[in-house]
Structures are given as C-alpha cells and as structure tokens.
Write a protein that binds this ligand. Structure first.
Ligand code: SPV
Ligand code: MG
Length: 437
C-alpha cells in the first residue's frame, strides 16, 4: 500500500486480510498477522508524485488501523523482496492491478509465490466509486499549506533524481508547469517544482537583471503562483544582497512557503551570468560568501528551508580548482546544496566538476542549469551526480517569440484572421481557468 489517502477500498482489503488471518488462527491454533508492506517515499516517487504524508506519517496511520498487526517498509515497487522475507500464507491486493502497468508487478508476485511453493494470491474486487486518484484531485483543488509546500523540496531530493524544475514568471506559466506531463515506459514524468528566475522576473517587468526588482514585488508574483499551484519553488535571490539584509530575506521567503533560495557568489553590481566575462563581474571572496551563508542559516526558522550556494567560477573562467574549493567551503559553512553554473555549449566542464565533487561528497545536493549546454538530458545529468535540473528561462523566452509574432502578424495583415491559428481558441481560454464560465 501507499496509504496516503486512506479510503473504504483500503479498509475492505484489510478486513479481508484480517478475516483470512483469523481463519488460520482458528484452524491451526497459531498466531497469524496482517502485515502491510508500506511503500517508501522513494518507491512511490519512482512512478508517481510524492505522497502528501511522508513514510513515518503514513506508517503511524496504517499501524493504528484495527485490521493491521504490523507495518514493514516496501523499498521498491516489486513485492518480491518482502514476500521472500515473510513467506506469507496469503498475499492480498485489490484486483485493479490486473490491467495496465501494474500487471507486470502482479505477475511477479504470482511467479514468486510459485517459486516459494507457498502462499496464495487473494484479489478482492476493487471498491467502485472511490479512488485515490479522485481524492487526489479533490485535495489538489483545496490546495496545500505553506509548511507542506516548503518541506516538499527536501522530501523530493531524498526520494528521487533528477528533479526537473521549470521557470515560471507568473501564475499562468506556473499553471502550465504544474500540469505538464508525459508518460514514458509507464512512468508519469512531470516538473517537480518552479524556479523564480531573476532574469525572467525582471524581464517580464521590463527591467534589467541587475537586482533592480525588489523582494516585495517578486513575492507578490510568487503569492499569485502559490494561489493556484501545489508544487515547491526555488527562489533566485541573485547575490542575496548585503549579509544583514539576506538574513531578513530568508525569513520573508520562508514565510510564504518557498522551499529554497539560491545565492550566487558575486559582489557589486550583479550582471546576468550568461554574459560571463563579456561584462565586468566580480566574484565575492570565499570568506565573505561563507559569512553570508552562515548568516542565512542562523536566520532561518524552519528546518526544511534550504540555502543553496551558487558558484560562478566556471562562468568567470576561474577554473575547476577554484570551483571545487568554493563548493567545499560553502558546504562546510552550512549550505544545504550547491549550484554549479556554466555557459559553455557542451556539458563537459559541468560533468568534470560533478565527477570531482561526487568523488569527495556523495550526498550534498547539486543543482545545474543547462541553458547553454542544452543537448544533455536531465537523466544524464542525474546519472553524473546532479540532483536538481533547472530550466531557467524557456517559458518566458518562448512566450515572447509567440507574442511578438502575433503582434507583427496583426499589423501586417491589418486584421487577426491570419494569426488565429497561433492562438488558443476563445472556447479554450474561457474554460482554461475554473470559475470563468
Ligand atoms: C536566472 O534565471 O535568473 C539565473 C540563471 O540566475 S542564469 O540566467 O543562467 O544566470
Ligand atoms: Mg538570476
């Protein structure tokens, strides 16, 4: 079981298991238990979204149900390891797994029981009219609390890699990011969260990416995003500003439920990293940036909020040695993760960094932003040791192209007929947001 949203269908299955156990106890005069194999967050995240409750919370709920005697972790989707360990008299599972991608898992249970020469598979009929999917949709419509959203990023990092994070600069782009999904080999792939980019947030306000948009204004946008979504958000705080100010910013970010802040090790008037050394950019000294990280960590109130230190050494041609030295120094000053940035067309310098960093540190989360090196996949970056992959600006860049072409087209044709095919239909836009009609 995942047992995130317990419903009467679950109780029905547990009751049947309980009755089977009681029958054995009566017949054979031995103690017989109902043991629930509870899927861990990692096992669940390998094929669908993270559960609302973490493993320990779900365990507490299930072990207090009256038909359950014991709960054990099921670390993988396959039931085989637990079945081999327990050698049960019965395996009880709802019959909804006979079809679709779960049928392979089911067949594996049948084969394992056959191989053990013991144990019978019992498949109670799936309870109609209630399902976790339906409950999920209802829960999504209600929303998510500030704390639950804030802690989601850490839980996701612990449960899987890569995490795919998409830039969103307003509520509408966030809704698109929230709902986009593809099915690959039975696995549902979605974006795991949002990136509040300094570049696109300032560009969409017609301002340069030089720390000119103030925090309050950016938080207004994020509040609008949070009103209509449930996924976690990583905030691009540029340099983090003065150390004393950064401490206040951390608390403001936590208060709205942002999961992580990324600060870059630059000082003076910040320019966008993708400009590299084409413009004057100064890297902060290691000591002062470490002080900033420490001040932020001291200021934060929640335990789950993350401060991620962004290293600009490769952007500024300071070399791998400098990048690695800074990565370890920032980590040792309390950074919860590091981001390594590059503006090379190919990923080789990022891969070189990941290789060297992971040799010395297998656990600190690493973030990468493959804007320039865009031919490497998120999966390949994760295989090389990255945890979080941020697509940092594609939503705004694509929107700009689409809108410019439509604006030009209307002027050229002196009417809108020709550009109609580039637009969503009026019917679609009227039904896009619930409550419009
Ligand atoms: C942003 O999206 O604002 C970033 C990433 O900081 S980059 O533009 O690549 O510097
Ligand atoms: Mg930025």
């Amino acid at each position: 079981m995942s047992a995130d949203l317990i419903h009467p269908g679950h109780i029905n299955i547990l009751k049947i298991a309980h009755n089977l156990a009681k029958d054995i106890e009566k017949k054979e005069k031995i103690k017989c238990e109902v043991i629930v194999g509870l899927l861990t967050d990692k096992a669940i995240a390998s094929y669908k979204r993270l559960p609302y409750m973490n493993y320990n919370q779900r365990k507490e709920v299930v072990e207090n149900l009256k038909f359950v005697d014991k709960v054990i972790p099921q670390e993988v989707l396959s039931y085989e390891p637990n079945i081999r360990k327990i050698k049960p008299d019965f395996v009880v599972h709802g019959d909804d797994w006979k079809h679709g991608r779960q049928s392979i898992t089911r067949q594996n249970v049948i084969d394992t029981l056959k191989d053990l020469g013991k144990g019978e598979l019992i498949e109670p009929h799936y309870t109609e009219g209630i399902s976790s999917t339906q409950l999920n949709e209802n829960a999504r419509a209600i929303g998510i609390t500030t704390n639950a959203r804030l802690s989601l990023l850490r839980r996701l990092i612990n449960a899987k890699a890569p995490l795919r994070i998409l830039e969103t600069h307003n509520a509408l782009s966030a809704l698109i990011a929230q709902n986009a999904s593809v099915n690959k080999n039975g696995e549902k792939i979605e974006f795991d969260g949002f990136w509040s980019s300094s570049l696109t947030d300032s560009t969409s306000r017609g301002k340069p990416d030089i720390e000119a948009v103030e925090l309050t204004s950016r938080l207004n946008t994020i509040n609008e995003i949070f009103e209509v979504t449930t996924k976690p958000l990583i905030y691009d705080a540029d340099t983090g500003g003065k150390i004393e100010h950064f401490a206040f910013s951390v608390r403001s970010l936590e208060r709205v439920g942002i999961s992580a802040v990324i600060i870059e090790d630059k000082t003076g008037l910040k320019k966008n990293s993708l400009l590299g050394n084409d413009v004057a950019q100064e890297q902060d000294c290691v000591k002062s940036f470490c002080d900033k990280i420490r001040a932020g960590k001291l200021a934060q109130i929640t335990t789950d909020f993350m401060i991620i230190a962004r290293i600009e050494s490769l952007i500024l041609n300071k070399g791998q040695k400098d990048a690695l030295h800074r990565a370890f120094a920032y980590r040792d000053s309390g950074a919860d993760g590091i981001m390594i940035h590059s503006r090379h067309k190919d990923a080789s310098e990022i891969l070189e960094f990941l290789d060297a960093f992971r040799r010395a540190d297998s656990s600190t989360p690493v973030v990468v932003v493959p804007t320039s090196f865009n031919d490497i996949t998120a999966s390949n970056l994760a295989n090389a040791g990255a945890n979080i992959i941020i697509y940092a600006n594609q939503m705004l860049r694509s929107a700009f192209v689409a809108m410019s072409s439509v604006a030009q087209g209307i002027l050229e044709h002196d009417r809108s007929k020709e550009i109609e095919s580039k637009c969503m239909s009026i019917k679609q836009i009227l039904s896009l947001i619930p409550g419009t009609i």
